[in-house]
Design a protein around this ligand. Structure first.
Ligand SMILES: Nc1ncnc2c1ncn2[C@@H]1O[C@H](COP(=O)(O)OP(=O)(O)OP(=O)(O)O)[C@@H](O)[C@H]1O
Length: 360
């Protein structure tokens, strides 16, 4: 990723953008005061990759996704850090029309509960044309063609869906409309927050295949929030594991799932029931994830549930240690050879902006 100074949104490069999140802190106002939902999160997203953001409910996944769009709403507030996106600069410094144009045209997104986000008074087709117009799309017919083709690939009757109102579509159909709307303006950074939660297993598999295909065809950088490790395993190249507002482990999906290093990642994987073999081997993580009010203000956020807890975990928040293109934030993890203790979870090698890379 190039460290960009601010450039006008219209000059944006169309190649898959890299993203660098640096020291991001987001707080929510609560009766106990402002409490951090994200604390010092740093992460690099390589251009052209699909990164899964996983973790239990409340770990900060959606807050991170919203921050990438500079869309955290009160009672939340971005209290510190930066989100540099190739071609856009630090999105946290964008506002007004610049930010509106960036969203949709350059940053496509499907928020959680996308199935409820359509306007009940307008047909999907009308909303599509409104969206196009508000982003300066001149060729409405081409936009409709592209939308129909995306919908049809997701197993829907495109013409019928565009003619429908929200109440005429099932939850799963609306979810797919949300995905179409995120992709149809040709954004090159796409953020999907739980894109398949309302879908049955077969439809979910179809959608994941299409997300992957469209990602490759269009040269996207994709971030997918999911609480479902199976979904992440199926579709992502890299995995970012969050706990209590911290990024605790990050690396290539196969390596993180095959040889998890952080005790939390190990616990998450052990908790997945297997379809074959001994199902009694699935072991739920003991305890519950913290809420904003129960997060410890010092030491490791995971220590209460950690089987490898040590004295230092009570007092020192572990920094991310990068080793190759993996990083882990845990006092108890011994790396194969001495790692470099760094504040930021930075992969060793960065691919230049827009460079092609085989991540399979
Ligand atoms: N509007 C809000 N006001 C107060 N606290 C909030 C608000 N939104 C989120 N939080 C808190 O911030 C923390 C992170 O929430 P976030 O929704 O980002 O987590 P998540 O990992 O996406 O969870 P889920 O999988 O349940 O969506 C949680 O403790 C949550 O309760």
């Amino acid at each position: 990723m190039t460290t960009t100074s601010r450039v006008p949104v219209t000059l944006v490069t169309r190649a898959a953008p890299g993203v660098e999140v640096r020291d991001l802190t987001v707080v929510y106002k609560t009766p106990l005061g402002e409490l951090p939902a994200l604390r010092g999160v740093s992460m690099i997203v390589e251009p052209g990759t699909i990164t899964g953001i996983v973790g239990e409910s409340g770990s900060g996944k959606s807050t991170l996704a919203l921050s990438l769009l500079n869309a955290v709403q009160p009672p939340g507030r971005i209290a510190g850090g930066s989100v540099e996106i190739d071609g856009l600069g630090d999105v946290l410094t964008l506002g007004g029309e610049e930010l509106r144009q960036a969203r949709g045209r350059h940053l496509g997104y499907v928020f959680q509960a996308a199935q409820n986000s359509l306007n009940p008074l307008k047909t999907v087709g009308k909303q599509l044309l409104d969206l196009g117009r508000s982003h300066g799309v001149r060729d409405g017919r081409a936009l409709v063609r592209d939308a129909m083709s995306l919908l049809e690939r997701m197993g829907l009757d495109g013409a019928r869906v565009l003619d429908s109102h929200q109440h005429q579509l099932s939850g799963g159909m609306r979810q797919r409309v949300g995905i179409m709307l995120a992709l149809v303006l040709n954004a090159h950074l796409v953020i999907l927050d739980e894109p398949t939660t309302a879908l049955d297993m077969i439809t979910q598999a179809t959608i994941l295949r299409i997300v992957r295909e469209v990602h490759q065809e269009r040269g996207l950088t994709t971030l997918m929030v999911t609480h479902d490790i199976g979904v992440a395993a199926e579709v992502t190249d890299r995995l970012a594991v969050m706990y209590g507002g911290r990024l605790v482990e990050h690396g290539p999906t196969r390596e993180v799932l095959g040889a998890p290093r952080h005790p939390y990642t190990q616990g998450l994987i052990q908790a997945i029931p297997r379809l074959s073999g001994d199902i009694t081997q699935a072991r739920a993580l003991p305890g519950r994830p913290p809420t904003l009010g129960t997060l410890p203000s010092a030491g490791c956020v995971f220590r209460e549930r950690c089987p490898r807890r040590m004295d230092v975990c009570e007092t020192d928040d572990p920094l991310a240690v990068a080793h190759g293109d993996r990083s882990v934030a845990c006092h108890a993890v011994e790396l194969p050879t001495p790692g470099v203790r760094v504040e930021r979870a930075t992969p060793a090698a960065r691919v230049p902006s827009g460079a092609e890379e085989d991540h399979t």
